[in-house]
Every structure is written in C-alpha cells, then in structure tokens.
Write a new protein. Structure first.
Length: 123
C-alpha cells in the first residue's frame, strides 16, 4: 500500500511540474508576442526604443523629434499590410465560397467573425 501511495504521489508531483511548466512557458510566450505586436504601433515602437537604449529624460527629448517620424512610418507600414491581408482573405473567401457546402460556408463565416472580434478586443 505504501509503495502504491508513493508512486501515486510521485506521478502527481510530476504532473504538477509539467502543468506548471507549460503554464509558465505559455505566459512568457504570450508576453513576448504582445511586446512584438506593440512595436507595430508608433507609441509602442518609441517606448520600446527608448527603454532598450535606456535613454534618460534629456536624451529622450532630444531624440524624440528624430524617432517619432520613423515610428509613424512603421505604424503606417503595418496598417497597410493589415489592410492588404484583409483584402487577400476576402478575395480568397469569395473564390472558395461557391465550392463549399452551406455548412462549410457557415463555419467560415463564424471563423472570420471570431477572428475579427478577437482582433478588435486586442486593440
């Protein structure tokens, strides 16, 4: 009986370690992805740049006029790419839609709706 309990306890500890490790890894990965996504926007790019070089207040004020136009260009570039991506996806949906069953078309609409809703909530 004791041996069985020890084995069960060992397996429980092992399982707990795996779950804890998976959750920690997931959290770290999500933070990194979010940080990269923030750099797509002008303000996020500027903040990341100044944090990365550890600029003091004086440097920040001197560099702001140089960094800001580049940050706006990066923001504009990503917005343009998002727009192009949306157009491509819409075009693909229009082409595949006649070849799908009614059920598949509903699933595609639901997927697109969930994706748009999720994207709005991130901003």
């Amino acid at each position: 009986m004791k041996r069985t309990q020890l084995i069960a306890l060992g397996l429980l500890l092992l399982l707990t370690g795996f779950v804890g490790g998976w959750l920690a890894h997931r959290s770290i990965a999500a933070k990194r992805i979010h940080r990269v996504a923030e750099m797509r926007r002008a303000g996020g790019f500027e903040n990341h740049f100044f944090r990365r070089i550890e600029a003091d207040a004086e440097q920040r004020s001197r560099l702001q006029s140089i960094v800001a136009p580049y940050a706006r260009q990066i923001d504009s570039l990503h917005r343009g790419l998002e727009s192009e991506r949306r157009q491509l996806i819409q075009q693909m949906h229009e082409e595949v839609s006649p070849l799908l069953t009614d059920e598949q078309q509903q699933k595609l609409k639901q997927f697109s709706k969930r994706f748009r809703h999720r994207k709005k909530n991130r901003k």
